[in-house]
Design a protein around this ligand. Structure first.
Ligand code: CMC
Length: 427
């Protein structure tokens, strides 16, 4: 039975239906509130607003639970591959042998980008940020391969989705090569998704890069852990753009831009910069935490805190374990990892962080792993984008397959009242 919430405004009572999700989350449906009362709701930053019904990812931030299509992230991290997880997120079920074989073959078939696209890299200055290049290139793919836009049939959608995920990896590696002035390396069809990316990043024309299996496994894990995270800033951006009827490429390019900011995907780079700075300047960690708590500074402990998690981010625990394993193998002792662990310890025992329920998030340890793999800091957020692409596509598809409501929030206007235009010579 649908339950009803009652809202009293100026003495009148209004009934509002309560929507219940499959995991028991309750939401008051206010979509008719303005029609019936003339009021809108105000929730700056959408801190308590459900913007959609979605069947992709579930998070319980209080308990530290994350599931893709119902499957706990811990199980996917231990058993799945990124390519399989992409299918799961986009189609809602784990693939059969046959489905996975065809899906993987599409990734291989479409791993190259149009030769004309390579010339675009020459047009960007070497100082161009890889996230700017990535976003521009995703839109550019659709200009070179207009058939990608025809995704009305399940088959063409599947080909387009696989093409986008596969080509993103090629573009990401090529943008890195262009930025360091090295020749672009083409993909190799016999390599799996992660090994192929590392090959395009680190091989040179006369020297193939042989990735360590531990490094490939760490990349696989990073991509799986980043693959979706319900209504985060970039996925909500993708849905917003998709709701206007925009194609998957335009919508996902917008997702890349939203991800770029330091409060979202840019945090992984900010964490490593912070750890490096603490290391190089031998900063006392208790002093640093004291500075963060001082509200006269705008300093934040990067990689800590989350809008949804008020407990340890489950991705951070998996990431920390992997960081220990990979770094002890590749580097012995990594001073930045040691600083990260000590910093976590100081913060988690500090009343400021305890009271506000601030815990390490996914970005706290991902940067040290990426750094150990040889990925440069300005590519960290690109790695996040590679991981998040299946989540963006799944969200785009959910909007595309829905009834087609345009996302269009309201606002409370707080600007000037009506006033006359003043000609320029009278101002
Ligand atoms: N360091 C110090 N204080 C913090 C931090 C932090 N990292 N995060 C939140 N706080 C404080 C904040 O100052 C506020 O204190 P007060 O109540 O005294 O004003 C309180 O905690 C609540 O903060 P908020 O900004 O209202 O919380 P939010 O839910 O809007 O913020 C956040 C979420 C991720 C933007 C924030 O925790 C933050 O800036 N963290 C650092 C950046 C970061 O690591 N971002 C990656 C997020 S996870 C990856 C992703 O999904 O993109």
């Amino acid at each position: 039975m649908t339950s009803i919430a009652k809202l009293r405004i100026d003495g009148a009572t209004h009934d509002l239906p309560v929507v219940v999700g499959t995991e028991g989350e309750h939401a008051i449906d206010i979509s008719k509130l303005r029609d019936t009362t003339g009021h809108i709701t105000l929730d700056e930053g959408y801190t308590n607003t459900g913007s959609c019904r979605s069947a992709i990812t579930f998070i319980d931030g209080e308990k530290g639970i994350l599931r893709y299509r119902g499957i706990p992230i811990e199980q996917l991290a231990a058993n799945s591959t990124f390519v399989e997880t992409c299918w799961l997120l986009i189609y809602g079920e784990l693939p059969t042998h046959e489905q996975l074989k065809r899906w993987s073959s599409l990734f291989t078939k479409y791993e190259m980008i149009h030769e004309g696209l390579y010339h675009h890299f020459d047009g960007f200055p070497s100082t161009g940020h890889p996230m700017a290049i990535l976003s521009a290139m995703i839109n550019a793919i659709s200009c070179y391969e207009p058939d990608l836009m025809e995704m009305e049939s399940p088959t063409t959608f599947q080909i387009s989705a696989a093409r986008l995920i596969s080509k993103l990896r090629t573009i990401a590696a090529a943008s890195y090569k262009a930025s360091i002035g090295q020749p672009i390396i083409y993909p190799k069809p016999h390599l799996d998704y992660c090994s192929n990316f590392l090959h395009m990043m680190f091989s040179i024309p006369f020297g193939d890069y042989e990735p360590d299996p531990e490094t490939v496994a760490a990349l696989q894990l990073i991509l799986i852990l980043h693959a979706d995270h319900e209504q985060n800033c970039s996925s909500s951006t993708v849905r917003m753009v998709a709701s206007s009827g925009a194609n998957m490429f335009a919508s996902c390019a917008a997702g890349v831009c939203a991800l770029w900011g330091p409060l979202h995907g840019g945090a992984n780079a900010a964490v490593v910069e912070m750890l490096q700075n603490l290391h190089d300047n031998r900063v006392d960690l208790n002093d640093y935490v004291a500075r963060i708590k001082d509200k006269s500074t705008s300093l934040r402990l990067m990689g800590f805190g989350h809008r949804v998690y008020k407990n340890y981010d489950p991705r951070a625990s998996i990431m920390k374990e992997r960081a220990d394993k990979l770094l002890s193998k590749l580097k012995g002792v990594d001073p930045l990892l040691e600083i990260a662990k000590r910093l976590e310890d100081v913060a988690l025992n500090d009343p400021y962080f305890i009271e506000r329920r601030l815990y390490p998030n996914v970005d706290f340890y991902s940067g040290v792993i990426l750094r150990a793999m040889g990925i440069p800091v300005n590519m960290f957020t690109v790695m996040f984008a590679m991981g998040r692409m299946p989540g963006w596509i799944a969200n785009w598809k959910e909007v595309h397959d829905s009834d087609g409501v345009l996302y269009r929030p309201r606002q409370v206007y707080v600007g000037s009242g009506p006033r006359e235009y003043v000609p320029i010579d009278q101002r």
